[in-house]
Design a protein around this ligand. Structure first.
Ligand code: THU
Length: 131
């Protein structure tokens, strides 16, 4: 697989500082690239209900889709966890449906990285081909 895209790492690391994570204290940043080369970023946003929390990946994806972007090439997720953080199950469903089999670059600010394709992270997915 290709090298980790440093421009996305830089942007995900920057936007991670905006995380609204007063409850978990677990800050996440994501940066998603479109086929046209645009970059959309997102951080996690928590609130008092906890259940209405939105992950960084989904914030980036919603920003992109709402601006009209429809095709994507890669996403970077940055946390400060000891091990690189993979997208949660809900985000996997949405990344699969809207981005397809893109590489997901997981980066810890402590140094470790991991890369997986969406088809590895989310095999045998339900999507519109099942309808
Ligand atoms: N979180 C993300 O934003 N992305 C992930 O990939 C994993 C989890 C957030 C949700 C919540 O705000 C915090 O991390 C702890 O679960």
């Amino acid at each position: 697989m290709t090298d980790i895209p440093e421009d996305l790492v830089e942007q995900a690391t920057r936007v991670r500082e905006n995380a609204v994570a007063d409850f978990s204290k677990f800050k996440v940043g994501a940066a998603l690239r479109t086929e046209g080369g645009d970059i959309f970023t997102g951080c996690n946003v928590e609130n008092a209900t906890l259940g209405l929390t939105v992950c960084a990946e989904r914030v980036a994806l919603w920003k992109a889709l709402s601006e009209g972007a429809r095709a994507f090439t890669e996403i970077v997720v940055v946390t400060a966890a000891d091990e690189p953080t993979p997208p949660c199950g809900a985000c996997r469903q949405l990344l699969w449906e809207f981005c397809g089999d893109i590489p997901v670059y997981m980066v810890s600010t402590k140094g470790k990285t991991d890369t997986m394709k969406m088809s590895e992270l989310f095999p045998r997915a339900f999507d519109k081909s099942d309808l």
